[in-house]
Design a protein around this ligand. Structure first.
Ligand SMILES: O=c1[nH]c(=O)c2[nH]c(=O)[nH]c2[nH]1
Length: 327
């Protein structure tokens, strides 16, 4: 199976009609910053989140593109570039798409851009596009004696970045979405009490002490798929699930649950997400354990002193499906 362009490491299957299924090429890190893109509104309110709207006044996305098609074979075998869309051209196409499409999500931007590629160059069989948001926060400033968001000035944020990937394939005269994943990367959450880790295998290799109550610091990436591609990969966002609501569910469940491990925690987060959003098919995780190392209790008996954990770090990967919700 070929692995195709995706920031999620998704595999889309045999993408080309050629007997060289790994053949694809493209461009990475195409940055598109669009001002005054269409706002994204929450379609429903959920108890775990007060998210209402993503304003999209400054919408940045880091895009990766890959093209598939039998017609590209001669670029390799004969040095014949007559069918080659230069990767520089791909970059220009994606950048200009940023001003042509009225998108409010990365998913919508990518799917329309992918269809645009297939229209523009009829020998392309499949386009894979992946995008990761470049996040900016509106900066609070003083306006007439009150502190309010500037609206025109932003500061970059490195965490909690929505992301998406799509693959769109030519099918006769139609363009068919064959893969779509939506997600959010680098949710960093630190809980100072209410987590334990005990009961794990004890043998001659075990050094880690059991903990009835520990701090738990996790880096979490969450990806989800829809029952119908059209609900997520579309300019119409009436069934779209905003990444902010997923992020807020993760935080609420982490806050509420007396978790026995990261594995236990992510399963419960997954169940809650699927319960809230019936249009989703499954929820996948990649977590990184950054639990801080304890140095000493504070002299006043109330707090503790911690320091950074040492390498190496543990990770967990898991997919929660609708079958899990039935159980
Ligand atoms: O939540 C955890 N899960 C593990 O599998 C594990 N392993 C470990 O050393 N610490 C932890 N914490």
């Amino acid at each position: 199976m070929p692995s195709t362009a995706s920031l999620h490491g998704q595999v889309t299957g045999n993408a080309s009609s050629t007997d060289r299924p790994t053949m694809h090429y493209g461009k990475k890190d195409v940055f598109v910053y669009r001002t005054y893109a269409k706002p994204l509104k929450a379609n429903k309110q959920i108890p775990e989140s007060n998210f209402q709207e993503r304003k999209n006044t400054l919408f940045g996305v880091d895009v990766q593109v890959a093209l598939h098609g039998e017609a590209f074979l001669k670029n390799y075998t004969d040095g014949d570039n007559s069918t080659c869309v230069a990767t520089d051209t791909m970059r220009n196409y994606i950048e200009l798409s940023g001003g042509k499409i009225e998108y409010s999500t990365i998913d919508g931007f990518l799917v329309e851009t992918a269809k645009g590629f297939l229209k523009q160059w009829p020998h392309i069989e499949q386009v894979d596009l992946a995008g990761q948001s470049v996040e900016f926060d509106d900066v609070p400033v003083e306006k007439n004696g009150k502190i309010e968001n500037s609206g025109i000035m932003f500061r970059p944020r490195k965490t909690e970045r929505p992301r998406a990937s799509v693959s769109v394939r030519r099918n006769g005269d139609n363009f068919e979405i064959v893969n779509h994943v939506s997600g959010i990367t680098d949710i960093h959450l630190m809980k100072i009490t209410g987590s334990s880790f005990k009961g794990f295998i004890q043998d001659e290799y075990t050094k880690l002490p059991e903990k009835e109550d520990r701090n738990l610091f996790i880096y979490v990436d969450i990806d989800w798929t829809y029952n119908n591609f059209e609900d997520g990969a579309n300019l119409d966002t009436s069934n779209y699930v905003p990444a902010e609501q997923i992020r807020d569910i993760a935080a609420t469940v982490f806050h509420e649950l007396n978790d026995q491990s990261i594995q236990h925690l992510v399963y419960q987060i997954g169940l809650r997400i699927l319960e809230r959003f019936p249009q989703l098919k499954d929820v996948s995780y990649y977590t990184n354990n950054r639990t801080l190392s304890e140095v000493a209790p504070a002299d006043n008996g109330k707090g503790k002193v911690y320091t950074e954990p040492t390498l190496p770090y543990g990770f967990q990967a898991f997919t929660v499906t609708r079958d899990d919700l039935k159980k």
